[in-house]
Design a protein around this ligand. Structure first.
Ligand code: 1GP
Length: 240
């Protein structure tokens, strides 16, 4: 069992996502320091295109400035680094591309063993809440889950749980127009018995509160952390 099961026993959590392609190492370190000061619980590191070089430099800088656990959230096997504490060992459950089900994982696995990074098995489910598809929808070639298709999201979440995943991530995609709907979050939370992470499109404390009240154990925010530190602070307070 991975550490995430223990972490959620502390209460509702907030994770800050840093995209190594959008932040220089020094700025990323500073953002991690601020996130820790505001009460965030972990730093996720990843992006749709981030490769080894930038991930390595950014993660090392984050480790220098913050004591928070670092969790890789890579889109491909290229986004690995020895500096991270953990990796979300993801299967993009609703991908139609073998690459995101087992292909990239197979490339990464031997390195994970060598580097000794702890894995957190995760069922990653991307929900289509935006008119214009988000990057993860396009890159991941998703079997679309529309906001009203709660049963479909639920079926994917249960599938992941029965595979033995330690958590589910219901994701609207970075920069999504709207977060995952409350009804979907509640329905998934009621049906699973592993931690539920929710992210994508949360830009203020009102939206954050809704996601947490609906049943998310962990809220992830990325874009707002890059744009507005005051908003990030308010979001983290509303989660706590
Ligand atoms: C991406 O859900 C996260 O996995 C973050 O999304 O950038 O919209 O906060 P935002």
């Amino acid at each position: 069992m991975s550490d995430i099961i223990e972490w959620v026993k502390r209460g509702k959590l907030h994770f800050t996502l840093i995209d190594p392609d959008k932040q220089l190492p020094e700025a990323a370190g500073e953002l991690a320091r601020k996130s820790e000061e505001f009460g965030s619980d972990a730093i996720m590191i990843g992006g749709s295109t981030a490769g080894h070089g930038v991930t390595d430099a950014v993660t090392a800088a984050i480790k220098q400035k913050s004591k928070l656990p670092t969790i890789l959230f890579p889109s491909t096997a290229a986004g690995l680094t020895k500096h991270a504490d953990y990796i979300f060992w993801m299967m993009l459950m609703n991908s139609t591309d073998r690459r995101f089900l087992v292909g990239e994982q197979m490339k990464a696995a031997p390195y994970i063993k060598k580097l000794g990074i702890k894995t957190i098995p995760m069922g990653y489910i991307v929900v289509s809440t935006s008119k214009n598809p988000t990057t993860v929808e396009k890159v991941g070639k998703v079997d679309k889950i529309l906001p009203e298709e709660t049963d479909k999201a639920l079926a994917y979440a249960l599938t992941a749980q029965y595979y033995g995943m330690d958590c589910i991530y219901l994701e609207a995609g970075s920069g999504a127009e709207k977060p995952v709907p409350d009804e979907m979050i509640s329905a998934v939370k009621k049906s699973i018995n592993i931690p539920l992470i929710v992210g994508g499109g949360v830009r203020d404390s009102v939206a954050a509160k809704k996601v947490i009240s609906a049943g998310a154990d962990i809220l992830v925010t990325g874009t707002i952390a890059e744009r507005d530190l005051q908003k990030l602070k308010e979001i983290i307070s509303s989660v706590k």
